[in-house]
Design a protein. Structure first.
Length: 366
């Protein structure tokens, strides 16, 4: 049932062009400018008129929430707060009636996320669930929702669920922005077309596998890793670091690249691999300066760049080229090499990638 792959995780990484496509099927038709999400029909107005969106989630799903914060604010002009479900539920949060809570969960069974929903519900908020497992507790407790339709995810490290979550959240944001009139027609159409092209771009990114395996061999014995990105790629840095630590047991930290000089830069020496997610976007020039700062301290730079980048290859020790896409959609593409990097390093270190120590697929205890 691993479909010829050595591990479920690898199978699920390679399934992403299909799972992202499945998530859009019947919902998105860029040619006709159509975006239909069955689940949000009744509650679309609640989202459109929301004073605020609160996203609650844990782990990788929380990272998807962070990306969503950027595009909900950019496209819909609705203030968004992204909360760890476990913190939110225990700190007497301010929740009002015009608030919409989006709960993101692959399993739909995460205890803290479920409890955060119950709390928000009791205060009159509308709950919108983004789950992968059909009929799961979170899906049933939510007022409305949209499934990610990624299919069963067996590997404890979440991969295809993350890209499907981003796909759904993107579609919701575009649908809301279009109804609110906070996005221009041309930008709306451009993003629909770009979204439809994501599966083929992910397919292209997967072709980097052999190159990434080679890079993994170079760094498999490292004791620490830093992951840095800005803007839409900041949550991708967090996700890359989480993937590495949970399956290879290497200590890794993700940071917004600009925060480096407020502390983590002290860690950099010739032993420290630094993965930059440095695709061509509005923060590109700033990220280039951050790469220079790491180089000046002899850090070993691995950079994820947009294909055709001429500058960063002169600076980085290893460069991984991903296809070009809109910056708001880039996380779905730029995360692929990071998933593969953690996978190969874990395999080379002899780790049990599908069932890492101390972890369970769904965390049903708080
Ligand atoms: O099922 P959920 O999406 O609610 O799970 C949340 C986290 O437990 C989960 O993402 C966890 O962090 C994964 N092991 C990450 O790969």
């Amino acid at each position: 049932e691993k479909g010829g792959y050595e591990h479920f995780m690898l199978k699920e990484i390679f399934e992403q062009p299909r799972s992202i496509g499945d998530c859009m099927r019947g919902r998105l038709d860029a040619n006709n400018g159509r975006l239909v999400l069955g689940g949000i029909r009744e509650y679309a107005n609640k989202l459109i008129n929301a004073d605020r969106i609160i996203i609650v989630a844990c782990g990788t799903s929380w990272h998807a929430g962070l990306v969503a914060e950027y595009f909900f604010e950019e496209f819909c002009r609705i203030p968004v707060e992204v909360e760890y479900a476990s913190e939110f539920r225990y700190r007497n949060p301010v929740i009002k009636e015009g608030d919409v809570v989006i709960a993101i969960s692959q399993s739909g069974e995460t205890a803290d996320t479920l409890a955060a929903i119950e709390l928000a519900k009791s205060k009159g908020a509308i709950i919108f669930g983004v789950c992968n497992v059909v009929g799961s507790s979170i899906a049933r407790t939510s007022h409305e929702g949209a499934y990610t339709h990624a299919g069963p995810e067996i590997g404890v490290a979440s991969t295809k669920a993350f890209t499907a979550q981003l796909t759904v959240l993107n579609m919701i944001a575009l649908r809301v922005a279009h109804s609110k009139g906070t996005i221009t027609e041309s930008r709306y159409h451009e993003l629909l077309v770009e979204l439809e092209n994501i599966p083929s771009k992910v397919e292209q990114a997967l072709k980097l596998d052999a190159q990434i395996e080679h890079i993994s061999n170079e760094f498999k014995d490292s004791k620490n890793f830093l992951y840095l990105g800005r803007g839409y790629n900041f949550p991708v840095a967090l996700e890359g670091a989480l993937k590495l630590k949970e399956i290879s047991y290497i200590h890794a930290e993700g940071y917004p690249a600009a925060e480096m000089k407020h502390g983590p830069i002290a860690l950099i020496d010739e032993e420290m691999p630094v993965v930059f997610i440095a695709t061509r976007d509005s923060s590109y020039d700033k990220v280039v300066s951050n790469i220079q700062e790491v180089k000046a301290r002899k850090g070993r730079v691995i950079a994820i760049v947009t294909e055709g980048d001429a500058l960063i290859p002169q600076m980085a020790e290893f460069v991984i080229e991903v296809p070009r896409t809109d910056e708001a959609l880039m996380p779905m593409v730029s995360v692929i090499p990071l998933q593969l990097l953690s996978y190969h390093i874990a395999v080379m270190r002899g780790c049990n990638v599908d069932q890492p120590r101390n972890l369970a697929k769904s965390v049903t205890v708080e």
